[in-house]
Design a protein around this ligand. Sequence first.
Ligand code: NDP
Length: 300
Amino acid sequence: MTARIIDGKAFAADVRARVADHVARLKEEQGITPGLAVVLVGDDPASQVYVRSKGKQTVEVGMASFEHGLPADTSEEELLKLVAELNADPAVHGILVQLPLPPHLDEALVINAISPEKDVDGFHISNVGKLATGQKAMVPCTPLGCLMLLRDVHGSLSGLDAVVVGRSNIVGKPMAQLLLRDSCTVTIAHSRTRNLPEVCRRAEILVAAVGRPEMIPGDWIRPGATVIDVGINRVPAPERGEGKSRLVGDVHFESAVEVAGAITPVPGGVGPMTIACLLANTLTACCRIHGLPEPEGLTA
Ligand code: NDP
């Protein structure tokens, strides 16, 4: 059996198109333009690329993009002042502070200073609590993207056995909460889990969010399972030339594709969904702030 390859790139393009459509209608019918503010502290090159890409895609779907680049030695007080200004700005519906922050800044303090309804990353403690207690929340973008892909493959997820490998606050835990909310039977595995291969083999839905290149081989996968590979790992690729590298997931794709029913590739699977879901979240935040109906199929 060879798995269906889940095309995250195409799905993300469709999400962006639906967001753009809704944004156009908001502008025309309500005179409202959703706005996303992204704050980057310091000059980490990977973060700069990511922030530029967010800004470009924000504009492409018709939203307003506000980019704030601050020097690496910005004080906590200055950063909190900017967050307070963005909280109060009616043109801004979503605020994202790019992580990681330089070590002298308290990430939790800064994230929790963002107004929860503008917290499009879904990291504010109040959104984390709302998600865990089944209330309307802003949901972290990567797990939301995974959920959309899973719903597309399965329709209803109710009753399915799901295993999430990884328990980080940004991927593993919110992913598990979302699967639980969709009535899966959820197991969260991590570095202390005993007999991980056996645990993984129980999964009808297997989400890998570990950060270890190709750690999960095909023989850990239940035949026919849906595999969502969140991992993004850069590994050397001498076959492509000296000093070259390539991206791989946490799942060993070549062996997994022979066993799984459906699988996301890396790159081109979960990755593109993250920014698409950031745009979807910004639109959702805008609709909620203005008391308008939320976009269908773009929320958890
Ligand atoms: P973290 O490092 O924060 O968490 C990794 C998790 O994996 C931890 O819970 C850890 O367990 C667990 N783990 C580590 N080693 C093992 C092991 N040998 N067996 C079982 N579990 C293990 O990573 P993130 O959640 O932030 O990211 C995970 C991956 O997803 C990374 O590759 C990252 O690059 C990628 N990512 C991709 C995104 C996208 O847009 N596609 C967005 C965000 C992340 P413990 O808690 O016990 O230490």
